[in-house]
Design a binder for this molecule. Structure first.
Ligand code: CTP
Length: 423
């Protein structure tokens, strides 16, 4: 199978050419592996280069970084390095390694190894291909587990029967790739996956590792498909026994997709990067009781900001929504209700309601009020003869309210208002 580099952007081709040069210069064979190679064969865009080297991966990465003028982050313990290019591209360079799993669902013990050993430790046949990077047009595909055949047939297949036991995060990964590419987890792999779920392996795995995979699933193009399949396989049990994925979740996720698109089209500059994973996680957990949501947040080890996003959405009670749905509500009140909320929570609020007024008020907040600033400054108050003190805060608050409510529209009008206030 000849892999076509036609769709690969020139910047990536240059990295591959330089890698071939370093490989020749050092005599260390280098291979393209992992997701980049899988997507290259599928003709799917992927900009994250994954390279393995037989020999000293760190030394190789240092030489490559010098040629590409890239920053280098070394991880000596794992003999891997990440190159960060000025263009924003990222290249992972690893020393070929073998992994031994000391116990069920435990982190592996890593030691330097051969290409074969490195490919053998991987999750699925479609991710266990390697393409030797050679100068010129030459290519040499190493396909020890029929990965190309599985890619062509759309199959997710583990390399050995203990794969899910070694690493239960692969349960989530199998579903992620299956749903992303519209593939099928092939029958014997599916049977192993179900056995692993039934044996409670997910509950025995460190929840942080599962969280990372779960968030990746929620960031996929169709997160509902991902979650629904996980739910059907009983694999959401590591979050809660009580999570039901039904029509309500489906509809909420659908509306979130629309709201996220709307937000990204109109406001992406003002909130970047948008934490899409947290939006869907908050939505997923929203049907559970508060104590349980708090316990899940703890278990997953979410950071304070993430916790805040989930909980503040959770706490929006019907009174809060009712206020925002009132046609006569003043802009200043809209602002005070929403000012402390993150964009993610505002998106969640818009998706969780069908009330037109509420949606409009949230849009107004994003479009108009959030970016508004007072024109007058402290020095203007001093010039008007007001002595600095707590009264500044009071005056500014009143002018700000008037500005939000459209009662003052310019610097001059703000000054007129201040004059009337200090009288
Ligand atoms: N890998 C594995 N088992 C895991 C995680 C990763 O075997 N639990 C291997 C796979 O060979 C995978 C590679 O490491 O292709 C890189 O992993 P990662 O970057 O997480 O995924 P990608 O395959 O690149 O997928 P994505 O497109 O989602 O980044």
């Amino acid at each position: 199978m000849k892999t076509s580099f036609k769709l690969v952007p020139e910047a990536l081709k240059k990295i591959i050419r330089e890698t071939a040069e370093v490989s020749q210069e050092t005599g260390m064979p280098a291979y393209l592996v992992g997701g980049f190679l899988r997507d290259l064969i599928l003709g799917v865009k992927n900009f994250d280069l994954d390279i393995i080297v037989i020999g000293d991966g760190i030394n190789f990465a240092q030489r490559l970084a010098k040629r590409l003028k890239a920053d280098l982050r070394k991880h000596d313990r794992f003999k891997t390095a990440t190159l960060m290019l000025a263009s924003g591209l990222k290249v992972d360079v690893a020393t070929a390694r073998t992994e031994r799993y000391p116990g069920l669902a435990m982190l592996p013990v890593v030691s330097p190894g051969s290409l074969e050993g490195d490919l053998r430790r991987r999750d699925f046949s479609i991710n266990a291909l390697a393409l030797r990077i050679l100068p010129g047009q030459d290519q040499q595909m190493i396909d020890l587990f029929s990965g190309q055949k599985d890619l062509a047939a759309g199959k997710i297949r583990v390399l050995h029967a203990l794969s899910f036991l070694d690493d239960p995060t692969r349960i989530l990964r199998a579903v992620r790739f299956e749903q992303r590419y519209n593939f099928k987890i092939e029958p014997s792999t599916l049977a192993l996956l179900k056995q692993a779920v039934a044996a409670g392996l997910l509950q025995k795995t460190h929840a942080h590792r599962l969280r990372d995979e779960l968030v990746l699933m929620l960031k996929e193009f169709y997160p509902f498909k991902q979650i629904n399949r996980l739910g059907k396989l009983g694999a959401l049990i590591f979050l809660s026994r009580n999570l039901k994925i039904g029509l309500a979740t489906k509809n909420l996720f659908k509306r979130l997709e629309e709201e996220i698109l709307w937000f990204q089209k109109n406001f992406s500059f003002s909130c970047w990067p948008l934490d899409v994973g947290m939006i869907y996680l908050a939505a997923l957990l929203s049907s559970l009781p508060l104590v349980e949501v708090k316990a899940i947040i703890q278990k997953l080890g979410l950071c304070r900001k993430e916790e805040e996003k989930i909980l503040s959405f959770y706490m929006m009670d019907s009174k809060f929504k009712q206020r925002l749905s009132d046609k006569r509500i003043k802009p200043a009140e809209i602002f005070s209700l929403l000012e402390s909320l993150s964009c993610e929570v505002i998106i969640l609020l818009r998706a969780s309601s069908t009330n037109g007024n509420l949606k409009q008020h949230l849009a107004d907040f994003l479009k108009i009020y959030r970016g508004m600033r007072l024109e007058v400054r402290g020095k203007d108050l001093r010039n008007l003869g007001v002595l600095p003190g707590p009264c500044y805060k009071k005056i500014f608050a009143q002018v700000w309210e008037a500005k939000l409510n459209g009662q003052v529209r310019s610097y001059e009008e703000e000054v007129v208002l201040i004059k009337s206030l200090i009288k």
